[in-house]
Design a binder for this molecule. Sequence first.
Ligand code: MTE
Ligand code: CO
Length: 424
Amino acid sequence: MTDEPETKGTSRRAFLRGTAAASAGLVAAATSVRAEGADPLITEIQPWAQGFGDGVDATPYGLPIKFESDVVRRNVSWLTADVISSINFTPIHALDGTITPQGCAFERHHSGAIELSKDDYRLMINGLVDTPLVFTYADLERFPRESHVYFLECAANTGMEWAGSQLNGSQFTHGMIHNMEYTGIPLRLLLEEAGVKPEGKWIFVEGADASSNGRSIPLEKALDDCLVAFKANGEALRKEHGYPVRLCVPGWEGNMWVKWLRRVEVTENAVESREETSKYTDTLENGTSRKWTWVMDAKSVITAPSPQAPITHGPGPLVITGLAWSGRGTISRVDVTVDGGKTWKTARLAPHSHDKALHRFYLDHLWDGSEMLIQSRAVDSTGYVQPTKTELRQVRGVNSVYHNNCIQTWWVKSTGEAENVEVS
Ligand code: MTE
Ligand code: CO
């Protein structure tokens, strides 16, 4: 699936002139835009200027304009045997900035997205507490709340790429991720209200859906930055993201972010539920598995150019852009190569990045029109460097699923089209 660029091959297009090799030439080329002949879009009065547009009553709740109809979630048919227990992918190749609109943020359900009203909502805190409590939605609204931007990455993101490059597009290789501004109550406040007993060392969280998706979380994390969220990007959570309340477990694998959160039980030990034993454990090279790998390590991907976002112009200025993130903090640097890792350049990080949130990077590149092997490599605030696929395989083998944070390669051809490949 390729995004069909609107202006490709049409006479309306203004051409970029000059492909001067010097870096000063980059600026000159980018600013010396020249139309070829008379452009009717400029010289003639167009239909949209000859009448009226929509009134302010036309769209009480707005959707994207029809020209953007391909910026949508997509699934992969062979991964979707059953839509009730499946996954779709965020169109990261077509987005910019860092915030993911809820309407195209990937979904992962084990038993479908349920419809649970605020009136029917209850949150129980029980187990090793002084006072077991039940909160209604209205109760939750009276606790002091906070807003934070966090990424949620499914542990299975990039999980189909272990044995070889497979899916052709950043949406499919890296699109089990979204990044939103959540508003909610620190879980710590609710646990304090119930009073955690000294024996309490873990919590077990579950959702109101049939799967319940139960997970154990160490009490230390629960008291640190977990958020009981009811808003995302300023508005109510969408049904598919856990309306009316979900748990945010910043920097940790998406499976722990329980949707339709209904119960928090304080326990002495981990429950060792299905979701943390037969699933969400990591197969190693020697055939054994390791558990409790909660943190999402530093990772990055170039979102454009990429297979679904090919280059649609000739040689000259080219914006290479992508996303980087780390469950351990912020991103301190992203390096980009166009020659398969022989030489690297440090990309520009967009400002206003948050802890445990997506960061946007740009490399303003002067493309000579020849083919490229492009990669990005993230370094996080702990100094951790994103590994190559070879390095990761030495530890994890090729039969793993979860926590694949290797460096991704796109082979960009001289036509501008791109393909998912591996370099060794
Ligand atoms: N919570 C419940 N109750 N049920 C679920 O199926 N799926 C989990 C997690 N929380 C799930 C859940 C998984 S595996 C992931 S990756 C995230 O929710 C996905 O969140 P999203 O659908 O908002 O993207
Ligand atoms: Co998941």
